[in-house]
Design a protein around this ligand. Sequence first.
Ligand code: ATR
Length: 280
Amino acid sequence: MTAAVKRAAVTGHPVAHSRSPLIHGYWLKKFGIEGEYGCLDVAPDAAGRFFRNFSDSGLIGANITVPHKEIAAAACDRLDEAAKVMGAANTIWLDEDGELCGANTDWTGFLGNLDQRAPGWDDAPGTAVVLGAGGAARAIVFALLSRKFTAVHIVNRTLEKAARIADEFGSKTIGHSWDNLGTLLEEACLLVNTTSLGMTGKPPLEIDLSPLPKSALVTDAVYVPLRTDLLKQAEERGNPTVDGLGMLLHQAVPGFERWFGVRPEVDDELRALIVRDLGG
Ligand code: ATR
């Protein structure tokens, strides 16, 4: 008797644009694993039931994308610390007892990207400025607090949302409105955009980088386009930059390892494959 083929998928709504099948498909082929990784659109009104009855899906696990990360976390029997803190899971699996387990790997994806592409980026203590206060910001603030930043400033159009994250994450995190940005940039050694501004089809991110030290690293969670206007502007004035594609690639690593039993690497060939798919 042959063992059943292991199947996993990315779930979301909409989900057809997701590059996760390409990423996992690349690793399945690279390691010669007879698994499958697909794409599953789950309508919002069906999501609660889908995750609560996940064992009926025929999948051993899944990645979760917008807008289901919170509902997936709520359906899990067990969550890792990050998913608990964020109230959102992007990776789920069934354990040997059939319990649904959830993790949030967006934060390790953020760190993995910078560790790979800008080694030593967090060697010196300093302050970070995070633009935006949505789900991506929460993961990135969580990530930054695991390294030695002296303060993490969250700058958001809606101050209340930034203040709420700051309250949840403790005294090193401080919420601000956009009015404070210039002063905050003067002290920053890292600037991260987590808003949707600058993404293809969205309004541009209009920002004056002149107060930012030239040594500060600038990175963007937006990766469509790969070189956002923020990154181009930072590069032109001499700041080091890292694009956001690696965050997507690195967040996929723990799920693949959990489901298929091999810890994959984010190599140049994988990156080139996704860059080509993005039209780069
Ligand atoms: P995600 O979960 O992917 O991070 P999100 O929760 O929709 O996405 O968050 C988007 C972020 O982009 C928010 O911080 C949002 O600011 P508000 O909290 O004030 O809505 C920010 N954003 C989106 N459009 C914006 C705009 N036109 N100007 C300023 N900020 C904007």
